[in-house]
Design a protein around this ligand. Structure first.
Ligand SMILES: [Zn+2]
Length: 321
């Protein structure tokens, strides 16, 4: 059985064709309504241009014309979101095994919650190592698949964290693998995580990094931006640290993973060079190409170097009192 609760509704303000869009939102990090235009990007999923803005107070980059949440959840239910990056998916299994090894080094087998668990690849591996595992995902489609894979039943929740009745100080580790960039209200989510995590419990957050090398040269043509409106927050190392710290956690380790992601490199530079050809871009492209094999090897073995310009950031934090 899967725990199933209806997601919360958001007031409908504005209707643009088939999709209902909230025309303007405040900054999800500092709540300011003062933001400047950053980029307009095309979505792979909905035929609307989405506006990325940068908060003038805290510098968070976010989408400020979001579809209402229930329409985005409809999108998740229609697809297997995690298999979209097909190249990464092909070699994700050994990567997950390496991540599992890293997490088990931090704590002995105890209780873990994976928020946005997808088909449960990560928690299945943790369960094999004797952990008491729980998963949450807004997509009913992936929850069914995750539930089937776990040995213990009733551990998968198809709802939002606020709808689960977990006790305070319940989990030793909580993970969000590329989830926080999807969350409409990341501040509230981190507050809820604070309550159910034990004192000195570990929070691991991985998100895409908007300050990565490919984005710097390809801007709105950076292929990972077309994940709007599924991705609504675009973090830098500074804004990720700010939102974690604000909610009562202390960052203890900062890593950059996926230094250069092959499909993003090729797609982004291809469309950027076609639209605005430049000699500098061509030079940068060939230079980045040289790093493709080493960065793929580093990624495969989860070897991280002290450099925060990669395509993903992974921050380890502990709950402070
Ligand atoms: Zn802000």
């Amino acid at each position: 059985m899967i725990h199933n609760k209806e997601p919360n509704n958001i007031n409908i303000n504005y209707n643009s064709g088939a999709v209902t869009v909230i025309p303007k939102v405040n900054c999800p990090l500092c709540k300011s309504n003062d933001a400047s235009k950053f980029l307009a990007v095309k979505s792979d999923f909905i035929d609307i241009r989405f506006n990325l803005v940068r908060c003038n107070r805290c510098s968070l980059i976010f989408v400020n014309n979001k579809p209402v949440l229930k329409e985005v959840i409809k999108l998740y239910n229609k697809m297997d979101y995690r298999s979209l990056g097909s190249f990464e998916y092909a070699y994700s299994y050994p990567i997950f095994r390496n991540i599992v090894r890293e997490v088990t080094r931090l704590k002995n087998a105890k209780r873990i919650l994976d928020i946005g668990c997808g088909k449960g690849e990560f928690i299945v591996e943790m369960e094999k190592r004797g952990w008491d595992v729980y998963g949450i995902d807004v997509s009913s489609y992936v929850c069914k698949l995750a539930e089937r894979k776990l040995k213990k039943k009733n551990k998968i929740y198809n709802c939002e964290l606020s709808d689960c009745d977990f006790h305070n100080d319940y989990f030793d580790v909580i993970t969000l693998w590329t989830v926080l960039e999807h969350v409409y209200d990341p501040d509230t989510l981190l507050g809820e995580i604070y309550d159910i995590l034990k004192d000195e419990g570990i929070l691991i957050i991985q998100v895409p990094n908007i300050e990565n090398l490919i984005f710097k040269f390809t801007k709105e043509k950076y292929s990972a931006l077309q994940t709007v409106p599924l991705h609504v927050n675009f973090f830098t190392p500074e804004t990720l640290e700010a939102i974690i710290t604000k909610n009562g956690f202390k960052v203890i380790r900062r890593l950059s993973t996926r230094l250069i992601f092959p499909s993003n490199l090729f797609k982004s530079f291809k469309s950027s060079l076609i639209e605005k050809p430049s000699f500098l871009k061509l030079i940068v492209f060939f230079n980045l190409l040289l790093f493709l094999l080493p960065s793929t090897i580093l990624h495969f073995f989860q070897i991280c170097i002290p450099f925060l310009g990669g395509e993903d950031l992974r921050f380890y934090s502990i709950k402070t009192k």
